[in-house]
Design a protein around this ligand. Structure first.
Ligand SMILES: [Zn+2]
Length: 355
């Protein structure tokens, strides 16, 4: 667990208020005027934020999500709070030159002469394939942005999903009033701009290498020239909720910007588990019947008929499904995540100059 000790550093260069930080914090935002500085008191330029939906909207979305997952009556939301998490958004441009080998095969023919039983010469053609290796050189440009979470030790429920949900469509200058409005917990950064840039550099380089490797059969060389711009410091809202259902507490996470539920623990009621068990057992019976029937369908030669095989395959598929249902019957809760559409593809300029 993180220590609760806070160390008081210095006064805010803007309003003079005392800045309170934990030992790991590298960037601190003043809770009074919203000024953001590093540990030496130097101002962090261009601090931005993503605004949040109202708590009531988040709560309604959570209830809707639970309803869709058959948890409706007797749900009591006991805790609902927003956390503002720090990010570095690093814009980049890159140019990659690569060199590799492409494999292919060509078909050749060989003429074979032989003699038949009558002693005549018979000529026939035999085909064979020869592997061909070809050098491949190319280059491409790729630009966009990398989002780097500015925390090392914090793990919030639903956090993994949260990173994928960060679109910057509604970005605006940072305003501490927005944080206060929701009584949100405010988290300072433990990662500075340089470290975020190093992190982004590595990720851009790896992504370029993967892209180059996908264009050849064997990648021999890959050089990326990467330019990073100074990153933008952004705070984004993640909502955390706890709800009580049949005397147990479950967790939910939602993204503040769109209000979408990211992840939730879904309780399985006794009734629902029994229903799953019944479905599972029924499926198992269906599978046994289909398999037996399929196995019995024989051609006059004693081979299994095409329909017999189809029934055997159906039987097998039903068996796999029945395990899914039966296993759910023995679990007390499920974990559901929202499907988040991936970021719009970033501007990618390709100029392939294949050899
Ligand atoms: Zn201040």
């Amino acid at each position: 667990m993180a220590q609760e000790t806070t160390e008081i550093t210095k006064n805010c260069p803007q309003c003079g208020a005392v800045l309170v930080k934990s030992p790991e914090d590298l960037i601190i935002t003043c809770a009074y005027c919203g000024e953001t500085v590093d540990v030496e008191g130097k101002k962090i330029p261009n601090h931005q934020m993503l605004p949040s939906q109202e708590g009531a909207t988040i709560q309604a979305n959570i209830q809707e999500f639970l309803k869709k997952n058959h948890v409706e009556e007797g749900v009591v939301i006991e805790e609902l709070k927003a956390v503002y998490l720090p990010y570095w958004v690093v814009p980049f441009n890159s140019n990659t030159q690569y060199y590799g080998v492409l494999n292919s095969a060509v078909t050749r023919y060989r003429t074979i002469q032989s003699r038949d039983a009558q002693g005549r010469t018979v000529t026939r053609q035999v085909s064979y394939t020869v592997p061909v290796f070809r050098d491949e050189r190319g280059s491409f440009n790729r630009g966009g942005r990398e989002n780097c979470i500015a925390r090392k030790h914090t793990t919030f429920y639903g956090f993994d999903k949260f990173q994928d949900s960060l679109f910057l469509d509604t970005i605006q200058p940072f305003d501490y009033q927005q944080v206060k409005k929701y009584g949100a917990e405010f988290i300072n950064a433990e990662v500075d701009a340089n470290e975020a840039q190093r992190d982004a550099y590595g990720r851009v380089e790896n992504a370029n290498r993967r892209l180059a490797a996908s264009k050849v059969n064997k990648l021999v060389r890959c050089d990326s020239r990467i330019q990073l711009e100074y990153p933008t410091y952004v705070h984004a809202p993640l909502w955390q909720a706890r709800f009580k259902f049949q005397e147990k507490i479950y967790k939910v996470a939602a993204t503040g910007t769109s209000g979408t539920v990211l992840k939730a623990e879904i309780p399985l009621t006794f009734g629902r588990r029994m229903k799953n068990l019944a479905i599972g057992i029924t499926m198992l019976l269906v599978c046994a019947y289909a398999a037996q029937w399929g196995y019995g369908l024989r051609t006059p030669d004693g081979d299994i008929e095409t329909w017999g095989w189809i029934l055997l395959i159906i039987g097998f598929a039903v068996m796999v499904l029945s395990f899914l249902f039966t296993s759910t019957a023995f679990r007390m809760q499920l974990e559901k995540s929202a499907k988040i559409k991936k970021q719009k593809p970033q501007k990618t300029a390709m100029n392939l100059e294949g050899a």
